[in-house]
Design a protein around this ligand. Structure first.
Ligand SMILES: *Cc1c(COP(=O)(O)O)cnc(C)c1O
Length: 402
Protein backbone atom coordinates (compact mmCIF):
# COMPACT_ATOMS: atom_id res chain seq x y z
CA UNK A 1 0.00 0.00 0.00
CA UNK A 2 1.23 3.44 -0.76
CA UNK A 3 -0.26 6.87 -0.31
CA UNK A 4 -1.38 8.30 -3.65
CA UNK A 5 -0.94 12.00 -3.06
CA UNK A 6 0.38 14.23 -0.38
CA UNK A 7 2.79 11.81 1.28
CA UNK A 8 4.05 14.96 2.89
CA UNK A 9 1.48 16.15 5.46
CA UNK A 10 2.40 19.76 4.68
CA UNK A 11 0.77 19.28 1.25
CA UNK A 12 -2.47 17.71 2.47
CA UNK A 13 -2.81 20.31 5.19
CA UNK A 14 -3.08 23.07 2.58
CA UNK A 15 -5.82 21.29 0.64
CA UNK A 16 -9.19 23.02 0.57
CA UNK A 17 -12.13 21.15 2.20
CA UNK A 18 -13.53 19.70 -1.05
CA UNK A 19 -10.12 18.28 -1.99
CA UNK A 20 -9.70 16.73 1.46
CA UNK A 21 -13.13 15.08 1.15
CA UNK A 22 -12.24 13.47 -2.20
CA UNK A 23 -8.52 12.73 -1.80
CA UNK A 24 -7.75 12.55 1.91
CA UNK A 25 -6.35 9.26 3.16
CA UNK A 26 -6.18 7.50 -0.20
CA UNK A 27 -3.79 4.56 -0.17
CA UNK A 28 -3.33 2.31 -3.19
CA UNK A 29 -2.29 -1.30 -3.32
CA UNK A 30 0.17 -2.56 -5.95
CA UNK A 31 -2.86 -3.05 -8.25
CA UNK A 32 -3.13 0.72 -8.67
CA UNK A 33 -6.91 0.86 -8.13
CA UNK A 34 -8.37 4.39 -8.40
CA UNK A 35 -11.23 3.77 -5.93
CA UNK A 36 -10.27 2.75 -2.41
CA UNK A 37 -9.99 -1.03 -2.03
CA UNK A 38 -12.32 -2.84 0.33
CA UNK A 39 -10.32 -5.05 2.67
CA UNK A 40 -12.92 -7.48 3.97
CA UNK A 41 -10.56 -9.44 6.18
CA UNK A 42 -10.53 -10.04 9.89
CA UNK A 43 -6.92 -11.26 10.07
CA UNK A 44 -3.50 -10.87 8.41
CA UNK A 45 -0.68 -13.34 7.73
CA UNK A 46 3.06 -12.80 8.04
CA UNK A 47 6.19 -13.96 6.23
CA UNK A 48 7.92 -14.95 9.46
CA UNK A 49 7.29 -15.18 13.19
CA UNK A 50 9.41 -12.11 13.97
CA UNK A 51 7.04 -9.81 12.04
CA UNK A 52 3.92 -10.21 14.22
CA UNK A 53 6.15 -10.12 17.30
CA UNK A 54 7.52 -6.73 16.22
CA UNK A 55 4.03 -5.45 15.37
CA UNK A 56 2.46 -6.57 18.65
CA UNK A 57 5.40 -5.00 20.50
CA UNK A 58 4.71 -1.72 18.70
CA UNK A 59 8.16 -1.72 17.12
CA UNK A 60 6.88 -2.03 13.56
CA UNK A 61 3.84 -0.56 11.82
CA UNK A 62 1.46 -2.99 10.16
CA UNK A 63 -1.79 -4.86 10.41
CA UNK A 64 -2.39 -7.59 12.99
CA UNK A 65 -6.15 -8.03 13.43
CA UNK A 66 -9.12 -6.00 12.20
CA UNK A 67 -10.26 -5.06 15.70
CA UNK A 68 -6.90 -3.27 15.93
CA UNK A 69 -6.32 -2.07 12.33
CA UNK A 70 -7.85 -2.47 8.88
CA UNK A 71 -6.61 -0.69 5.72
CA UNK A 72 -10.06 0.46 4.46
CA UNK A 73 -11.05 1.67 7.92
CA UNK A 74 -7.67 3.42 8.28
CA UNK A 75 -8.26 5.31 5.01
CA UNK A 76 -11.58 6.63 6.33
CA UNK A 77 -10.00 7.60 9.66
CA UNK A 78 -7.22 9.51 7.91
CA UNK A 79 -9.74 11.33 5.66
CA UNK A 80 -12.01 12.37 8.54
CA UNK A 81 -9.04 13.55 10.66
CA UNK A 82 -7.79 15.63 7.74
CA UNK A 83 -11.23 17.17 7.14
CA UNK A 84 -11.66 17.92 10.84
CA UNK A 85 -8.19 19.39 11.26
CA UNK A 86 -7.61 16.81 14.02
CA UNK A 87 -4.37 14.99 14.76
CA UNK A 88 -6.12 11.63 14.81
CA UNK A 89 -9.46 9.86 14.32
CA UNK A 90 -10.87 6.41 15.08
CA UNK A 91 -14.16 5.11 13.70
CA UNK A 92 -16.86 3.04 15.39
CA UNK A 93 -19.84 0.92 14.32
CA UNK A 94 -22.43 3.66 15.00
CA UNK A 95 -22.69 7.22 16.22
CA UNK A 96 -23.78 5.96 19.64
CA UNK A 97 -20.76 3.63 19.83
CA UNK A 98 -18.64 6.73 19.12
CA UNK A 99 -20.32 8.80 21.87
CA UNK A 100 -20.13 5.94 24.38
CA UNK A 101 -16.45 5.31 23.63
CA UNK A 102 -15.57 9.03 23.72
CA UNK A 103 -17.05 9.34 27.22
CA UNK A 104 -16.29 5.97 28.86
CA UNK A 105 -12.66 5.94 27.68
CA UNK A 106 -11.86 9.00 29.79
CA UNK A 107 -14.29 8.93 32.74
CA UNK A 108 -14.01 6.97 36.00
CA UNK A 109 -16.10 6.53 39.12
CA UNK A 110 -16.11 9.77 41.11
CA UNK A 111 -15.92 12.00 38.01
CA UNK A 112 -18.58 14.53 37.01
CA UNK A 113 -19.86 15.54 33.56
CA UNK A 114 -21.81 18.62 32.48
CA UNK A 115 -24.05 18.00 29.47
CA UNK A 116 -26.60 19.83 27.37
CA UNK A 117 -30.24 19.27 28.29
CA UNK A 118 -31.31 19.30 24.65
CA UNK A 119 -29.64 16.35 22.96
CA UNK A 120 -30.24 13.24 20.91
CA UNK A 121 -32.31 10.85 23.06
CA UNK A 122 -29.60 8.18 23.38
CA UNK A 123 -26.98 10.80 24.29
CA UNK A 124 -29.23 11.85 27.19
CA UNK A 125 -29.57 8.19 28.20
CA UNK A 126 -25.76 7.90 28.44
CA UNK A 127 -25.59 10.87 30.81
CA UNK A 128 -28.78 10.20 32.81
CA UNK A 129 -28.81 6.40 32.99
CA UNK A 130 -25.57 4.70 31.99
CA UNK A 131 -22.83 6.85 33.53
CA UNK A 132 -24.45 7.11 37.01
CA UNK A 133 -24.45 3.29 37.22
CA UNK A 134 -20.66 3.50 37.18
CA UNK A 135 -20.45 6.31 39.71
CA UNK A 136 -20.12 9.13 37.17
CA UNK A 137 -22.51 11.95 38.04
CA UNK A 138 -24.00 14.24 35.43
CA UNK A 139 -25.55 17.70 35.47
CA UNK A 140 -27.69 18.72 32.50
CA UNK A 141 -28.11 22.40 31.70
CA UNK A 142 -29.57 24.80 29.14
CA UNK A 143 -26.60 24.73 26.77
CA UNK A 144 -27.48 28.14 25.30
CA UNK A 145 -26.91 29.78 28.70
CA UNK A 146 -23.19 30.54 28.98
CA UNK A 147 -23.45 31.24 32.72
CA UNK A 148 -25.07 27.83 33.32
CA UNK A 149 -21.94 26.05 32.07
CA UNK A 150 -19.78 27.91 34.55
CA UNK A 151 -22.24 27.44 37.43
CA UNK A 152 -22.40 23.66 36.88
CA UNK A 153 -18.64 23.10 37.23
CA UNK A 154 -17.55 21.09 40.29
CA UNK A 155 -14.01 20.28 41.43
CA UNK A 156 -14.39 16.78 39.89
CA UNK A 157 -15.86 17.93 36.53
CA UNK A 158 -13.93 16.17 33.79
CA UNK A 159 -16.06 16.55 30.64
CA UNK A 160 -18.43 18.98 28.89
CA UNK A 161 -20.67 17.12 26.38
CA UNK A 162 -23.00 18.78 23.88
CA UNK A 163 -24.32 19.02 20.32
CA UNK A 164 -24.58 22.20 18.30
CA UNK A 165 -27.03 22.65 16.69
CA UNK A 166 -28.86 20.21 18.95
CA UNK A 167 -31.21 17.46 17.84
CA UNK A 168 -34.10 18.37 17.46
CA UNK A 169 -34.37 21.81 19.11
CA UNK A 170 -31.56 23.39 17.04
CA UNK A 171 -30.08 24.96 20.18
CA UNK A 172 -26.81 26.61 19.19
CA UNK A 173 -23.97 26.45 21.75
CA UNK A 174 -21.35 29.21 21.92
CA UNK A 175 -18.35 27.07 20.97
CA UNK A 176 -15.69 29.72 21.62
CA UNK A 177 -17.04 30.55 25.09
CA UNK A 178 -17.83 27.02 26.28
CA UNK A 179 -14.63 25.43 24.93
CA UNK A 180 -12.57 28.36 26.30
CA UNK A 181 -14.18 27.97 29.74
CA UNK A 182 -13.47 24.23 29.71
CA UNK A 183 -9.85 24.78 28.72
CA UNK A 184 -9.30 27.30 31.53
CA UNK A 185 -10.59 24.72 34.07
CA UNK A 186 -8.81 21.66 32.68
CA UNK A 187 -12.09 20.13 31.44
CA UNK A 188 -12.27 18.11 28.19
CA UNK A 189 -14.96 19.18 25.71
CA UNK A 190 -16.67 16.46 23.68
CA UNK A 191 -18.73 17.94 20.84
CA UNK A 192 -21.24 15.80 18.93
CA UNK A 193 -20.96 17.45 15.48
CA UNK A 194 -23.36 15.10 13.64
CA UNK A 195 -25.67 17.85 12.35
CA UNK A 196 -22.82 19.73 10.69
CA UNK A 197 -19.92 17.50 9.60
CA UNK A 198 -16.53 19.23 9.22
CA UNK A 199 -17.75 20.81 5.97
CA UNK A 200 -20.08 23.11 7.92
CA UNK A 201 -18.45 23.49 11.32
CA UNK A 202 -15.09 22.52 12.85
CA UNK A 203 -15.42 22.79 16.65
CA UNK A 204 -11.65 22.34 17.13
CA UNK A 205 -11.11 25.74 15.50
CA UNK A 206 -13.02 27.14 18.52
CA UNK A 207 -11.07 25.11 21.06
CA UNK A 208 -12.94 21.77 21.28
CA UNK A 209 -10.80 18.82 22.40
CA UNK A 210 -12.80 15.89 21.06
CA UNK A 211 -15.28 15.89 18.15
CA UNK A 212 -17.53 12.85 17.80
CA UNK A 213 -19.78 11.85 14.92
CA UNK A 214 -22.67 9.82 13.80
CA UNK A 215 -21.24 9.34 10.28
CA UNK A 216 -24.55 7.60 9.52
CA UNK A 217 -25.96 11.03 8.83
CA UNK A 218 -24.68 13.63 6.38
CA UNK A 219 -21.17 12.14 6.07
CA UNK A 220 -22.49 8.93 4.52
CA UNK A 221 -25.32 10.97 3.08
CA UNK A 222 -27.53 8.43 1.36
CA UNK A 223 -29.02 6.49 4.24
CA UNK A 224 -27.21 3.20 3.62
CA UNK A 225 -25.01 2.29 6.59
CA UNK A 226 -24.43 3.19 10.24
CA UNK A 227 -21.04 4.57 11.27
CA UNK A 228 -19.37 6.68 13.96
CA UNK A 229 -16.11 8.54 14.47
CA UNK A 230 -14.12 10.19 17.27
CA UNK A 231 -11.48 12.85 16.50
CA UNK A 232 -8.93 14.23 18.93
CA UNK A 233 -5.27 14.79 19.66
CA UNK A 234 -2.79 11.93 19.06
CA UNK A 235 -2.47 11.72 22.82
CA UNK A 236 -6.22 11.42 23.45
CA UNK A 237 -6.77 8.90 20.67
CA UNK A 238 -3.72 6.75 21.39
CA UNK A 239 -3.72 6.83 25.18
CA UNK A 240 -7.42 7.09 26.08
CA UNK A 241 -9.59 5.96 23.18
CA UNK A 242 -7.50 3.17 21.64
CA UNK A 243 -7.03 1.03 24.76
CA UNK A 244 -10.81 1.25 25.31
CA UNK A 245 -11.74 0.56 21.68
CA UNK A 246 -9.27 -2.24 21.03
CA UNK A 247 -10.38 -4.15 24.12
CA UNK A 248 -14.13 -3.56 23.92
CA UNK A 249 -14.46 -3.74 20.12
CA UNK A 250 -17.09 -1.23 18.92
CA UNK A 251 -15.32 -1.22 15.54
CA UNK A 252 -16.64 -0.13 12.17
CA UNK A 253 -16.84 -2.82 9.50
CA UNK A 254 -14.56 -2.27 6.46
CA UNK A 255 -17.57 -2.49 4.16
CA UNK A 256 -19.33 0.33 6.00
CA UNK A 257 -16.09 2.34 6.08
CA UNK A 258 -15.88 2.03 2.31
CA UNK A 259 -19.47 3.26 1.86
CA UNK A 260 -18.70 6.29 4.03
CA UNK A 261 -15.48 6.96 2.05
CA UNK A 262 -17.61 7.09 -1.12
CA UNK A 263 -20.15 9.31 0.65
CA UNK A 264 -17.50 11.81 1.74
CA UNK A 265 -16.45 12.38 -1.88
CA UNK A 266 -19.76 14.17 -2.51
CA UNK A 267 -20.18 15.70 0.96
CA UNK A 268 -19.36 19.28 0.01
CA UNK A 269 -21.71 19.29 -2.98
CA UNK A 270 -24.53 17.63 -1.06
CA UNK A 271 -24.13 19.88 1.97
CA UNK A 272 -24.11 23.03 -0.15
CA UNK A 273 -27.25 22.08 -2.08
CA UNK A 274 -29.15 20.63 0.89
CA UNK A 275 -28.41 23.76 2.95
CA UNK A 276 -29.59 26.00 0.10
CA UNK A 277 -32.79 23.91 -0.18
CA UNK A 278 -33.29 24.03 3.60
CA UNK A 279 -33.00 27.80 3.59
CA UNK A 280 -35.48 28.21 0.73
CA UNK A 281 -37.96 25.80 2.32
CA UNK A 282 -37.42 27.42 5.75
CA UNK A 283 -38.15 30.86 4.30
CA UNK A 284 -41.33 29.45 2.80
CA UNK A 285 -42.49 27.95 6.11
CA UNK A 286 -41.63 31.03 8.17
CA UNK A 287 -44.86 32.94 8.73
CA UNK A 288 -46.95 29.93 7.69
CA UNK A 289 -46.24 27.94 10.87
CA UNK A 290 -46.42 29.32 14.44
CA UNK A 291 -42.73 28.71 15.19
CA UNK A 292 -39.65 27.73 13.20
CA UNK A 293 -36.19 26.85 14.55
CA UNK A 294 -33.66 27.31 11.72
CA UNK A 295 -30.17 28.68 12.54
CA UNK A 296 -30.01 30.29 9.08
CA UNK A 297 -33.07 32.47 9.68
CA UNK A 298 -32.83 35.80 11.54
CA UNK A 299 -35.71 34.62 13.77
CA UNK A 300 -33.46 31.95 15.39
CA UNK A 301 -32.47 33.17 18.89
CA UNK A 302 -28.77 32.56 18.14
CA UNK A 303 -28.73 33.34 14.42
CA UNK A 304 -25.68 35.61 14.66
CA UNK A 305 -23.70 33.09 16.65
CA UNK A 306 -24.63 30.39 14.13
CA UNK A 307 -23.39 32.62 11.30
CA UNK A 308 -20.11 33.15 13.19
CA UNK A 309 -19.25 29.53 13.89
CA UNK A 310 -20.93 27.66 11.01
CA UNK A 311 -19.83 27.84 7.36
CA UNK A 312 -23.31 26.70 6.24
CA UNK A 313 -26.45 26.75 8.38
CA UNK A 314 -27.48 23.14 7.97
CA UNK A 315 -29.99 20.97 6.15
CA UNK A 316 -32.01 20.08 9.26
CA UNK A 317 -34.47 22.33 11.05
CA UNK A 318 -37.58 22.02 13.19
CA UNK A 319 -40.91 23.79 13.36
CA UNK A 320 -43.75 23.72 15.81
CA UNK A 321 -47.50 23.51 15.21
CA UNK A 322 -50.00 24.71 17.84
CA UNK A 323 -52.21 21.63 17.76
CA UNK A 324 -49.84 19.24 19.52
CA UNK A 325 -49.24 15.63 18.52
CA UNK A 326 -52.56 15.27 16.69
CA UNK A 327 -51.87 18.15 14.31
CA UNK A 328 -48.21 17.14 13.83
CA UNK A 329 -49.21 13.58 12.90
CA UNK A 330 -51.92 14.92 10.54
CA UNK A 331 -49.30 17.11 8.85
CA UNK A 332 -47.00 14.09 8.34
CA UNK A 333 -49.86 11.93 7.04
CA UNK A 334 -50.67 14.51 4.34
CA UNK A 335 -47.15 14.43 2.83
CA UNK A 336 -46.76 12.71 -0.54
CA UNK A 337 -43.12 13.33 -1.49
CA UNK A 338 -41.34 13.86 1.83
CA UNK A 339 -40.94 10.56 3.70
CA UNK A 340 -42.05 10.07 7.29
CA UNK A 341 -38.70 8.91 8.66
CA UNK A 342 -36.63 9.55 11.76
CA UNK A 343 -33.26 9.44 9.96
CA UNK A 344 -31.38 12.61 9.01
CA UNK A 345 -28.55 13.58 6.66
CA UNK A 346 -30.09 11.59 3.79
CA UNK A 347 -30.28 12.94 0.23
CA UNK A 348 -34.02 12.28 0.52
CA UNK A 349 -36.21 14.72 2.40
CA UNK A 350 -37.41 13.12 5.63
CA UNK A 351 -39.65 14.42 8.37
CA UNK A 352 -40.40 13.07 11.83
CA UNK A 353 -42.28 13.81 15.01
CA UNK A 354 -39.50 13.63 17.66
CA UNK A 355 -41.83 13.40 20.69
CA UNK A 356 -43.25 10.07 19.47
CA UNK A 357 -40.05 8.69 17.88
CA UNK A 358 -36.42 9.79 18.53
CA UNK A 359 -37.35 11.39 21.86
CA UNK A 360 -40.11 8.97 22.91
CA UNK A 361 -37.94 7.14 25.45
CA UNK A 362 -36.76 10.26 27.30
CA UNK A 363 -40.33 10.72 28.64
CA UNK A 364 -42.68 13.73 28.75
CA UNK A 365 -40.97 15.56 31.63
CA UNK A 366 -37.53 15.62 30.05
CA UNK A 367 -39.02 16.46 26.66
CA UNK A 368 -40.65 19.52 28.20
CA UNK A 369 -37.36 20.49 29.86
CA UNK A 370 -35.48 20.05 26.56
CA UNK A 371 -38.06 22.00 24.59
CA UNK A 372 -39.23 19.04 22.50
CA UNK A 373 -42.80 20.23 22.02
CA UNK A 374 -45.66 17.82 21.22
CA UNK A 375 -46.31 19.88 18.07
CA UNK A 376 -42.68 19.82 16.90
CA UNK A 377 -41.66 18.36 13.54
CA UNK A 378 -38.02 17.85 12.50
CA UNK A 379 -37.24 18.20 8.83
CA UNK A 380 -34.18 16.82 7.01
CA UNK A 381 -34.14 18.66 3.69
CA UNK A 382 -32.74 16.54 0.86
CA UNK A 383 -31.56 17.00 -2.69
CA UNK A 384 -34.94 17.10 -4.42
CA UNK A 385 -35.93 20.36 -6.16
CA UNK A 386 -36.95 22.81 -3.42
CA UNK A 387 -40.08 23.81 -5.39
CA UNK A 388 -41.35 20.22 -5.29
CA UNK A 389 -40.75 20.15 -1.55
CA UNK A 390 -42.65 23.41 -1.14
CA UNK A 391 -45.58 22.00 -3.11
CA UNK A 392 -45.65 18.98 -0.78
CA UNK A 393 -45.53 21.26 2.28
CA UNK A 394 -48.43 23.33 0.87
CA UNK A 395 -50.48 20.12 0.76
CA UNK A 396 -49.65 19.29 4.38
CA UNK A 397 -50.30 22.85 5.57
CA UNK A 398 -53.71 22.80 3.85
CA UNK A 399 -54.52 19.46 5.52
CA UNK A 400 -54.13 21.05 8.97
CA UNK A 401 -55.84 24.31 7.95
CA UNK A 402 -52.74 26.52 7.81
C1 LIG B 1 -28.08 10.08 14.96
C2 LIG B 1 -27.36 10.79 16.02
C3 LIG B 1 -26.58 10.09 16.94
C4 LIG B 1 -26.49 8.57 16.93
O1 LIG B 1 -25.92 8.08 15.79
P1 LIG B 1 -26.15 6.56 15.24
O2 LIG B 1 -25.25 6.47 14.08
O3 LIG B 1 -27.61 6.46 14.91
O4 LIG B 1 -25.79 5.65 16.36
C5 LIG B 1 -25.92 10.81 17.91
N1 LIG B 1 -26.00 12.16 17.96
C6 LIG B 1 -26.75 12.87 17.09
C7 LIG B 1 -26.80 14.34 17.20
C8 LIG B 1 -27.45 12.21 16.09
O5 LIG B 1 -28.19 12.91 15.23
Amino acid sequence: MKRTTGTDRSITRNWKPATRAVRGGTWRSEMGETSEAMFLTSGYSYDDAATPAARFAGEEAGMTYSRLQNPTVAMLEERIALMEGAEACRTQATGMAAMTAALLCQLSAGDHIVAAQAAFGSCRWLVDDLLPRFGIEGTTIDSTDNAAWEAAIRPNTKVFFFETPANPTLDVVDLEFVCGLAKSRGITTVVDNAFCTPIMQRPMEWGADVVAYSATKLMEGQGRVLAGAVCGSEEFINEKLLPFQRNTGPNLSPFNAWVVLKGLETLELRARQQCANALKVGQFLEGRVPKILHPGLASHPRHELAMKQMDMTGCIFSFVLDGGRKEAHAFLDALELIDISNNIGDARSLMCHPASTTHHSVGPEKRAEMGVDEGMLRFNVGLEDADDLIEDLERALAAVGL
